[in-house]
Design a protein around this ligand. Structure first.
Ligand SMILES: [Zn+2]
Ligand SMILES: [Zn+2]
Length: 271
């Protein structure tokens, strides 16, 4: 089993250091552990849920240390990133090239609407859904990201499944199919508190209806825990895989990454 979505205490809403996740990954039989804490942003937006620029150094050091001490697990250096075209240089030149990050995850936790940024939990209308889908499609089109986290995250705000969620989902799925970018079935969604809706309780995400539609597209899913505690490093991946299997969606076991020869990295694990 592999997991490419893992946080640390540096983001202020998770527990544990990289080494704690690495040791737990070894115990749980995880071969590839992708660290993907919330990236610092060039304009310092939303500082409460991410590391600072100064802490980026510490994050990289923690990964180095864990690579030295837990050789049985391949530990990848990644970050979970919000998209804004203004961040392109930072993501590509600074993170992927200068700092040799192995991969970046594209993830939206806010969406722009009438000049302001709203949280996904505030999604209420068809126009909100459209704004979210547009941003997610731009994220995919950027070509910067290895996969897209919780594409059905709009379920944390929007109440029901209807023509609007269907249309939003079809737009997202068509773009993912065209651009051949994997979509994540996010395990954390199974562990979060249920959302109270007009028709009862349900997971905020993953949304079965989204993945049922996904089955009609040539897309691949990636199943991750989105761990925010070391003991959760492999949590809910089985549920995510069950959901994919229920609709016959192909699951990607291993992410193709830039090859070590190209990256110029030395002394790093091979994969
Ligand atoms: Zn988080
Ligand atoms: Zn995450």
């Amino acid at each position: 089993m592999n997991n490419y979505h893992t946080h640390t205490s540096l983001c202020h809403h998770a527990e544990g250091k990289v080494i704690d996740y690495a040791r737990e990954a070894q115990l749980q039989g995880i071969h590839i552990l992708g660290m993907s804490d919330h990236s610092p942003l060039p304009d310092s937006k939303w500082p409460g849920v991410r590391m600072t620029f100064a802490e980026l150094e510490e994050y990289e050091q923690q990964i180095q240390e864990a690579r030295r001490k837990v050789k049985e697990v391949t530990i990848l250096k990644g970050l979970e990133c919000e998209w804004d075209p203004a961040y392109r240089g930072f993501y590509t030149e600074e993170l992927l090239e200068a700092r040799n990050f192995d991969y970046l995850i594209g993830a939206e936790h806010w969406f722009p609407f009438h000049g302001e940024w709203n949280e996904l939990s505030e999604i209420r209308t068809a126009a909100h859904l459209k704004a979210y889908a547009d941003l997610l499609i731009q994220t995919m089109q950027s070509g910067v990201f290895a996969f897209i986290a919780h594409p059905d995250g709009f379920g944390s705000g929007y109440d029901s499944w209807d023509e609007n969620t269907r249309s939003c989902s079809l737009d997202i799925l068509a773009a993912a199919a065209e651009l051949q970018i994997p979509l994540e079935i996010n395990g954390f969604g199974f562990r979060k508190a249920d959302k109270r809706t007009s028709t009862g309780l349900r997971n905020k995400y993953p949304l079965p209806q989204f993945w049922e539609l996904a089955a009609d597209f040539p897309i691949r899913a990636i199943c991750n825990s989105d761990a925010h505690r070391p003991q959760d490093v492999g949590a809910s991946i089985d549920q995510a895989r069950d959901l994919a299997a229920r609709f016959g969606i192909e699951v990607m076991e291993e992410l193709p990454l830039k090859c070590p020869a190209e990256s110029g990295r030395t002394g790093a694990p091979s994969f």
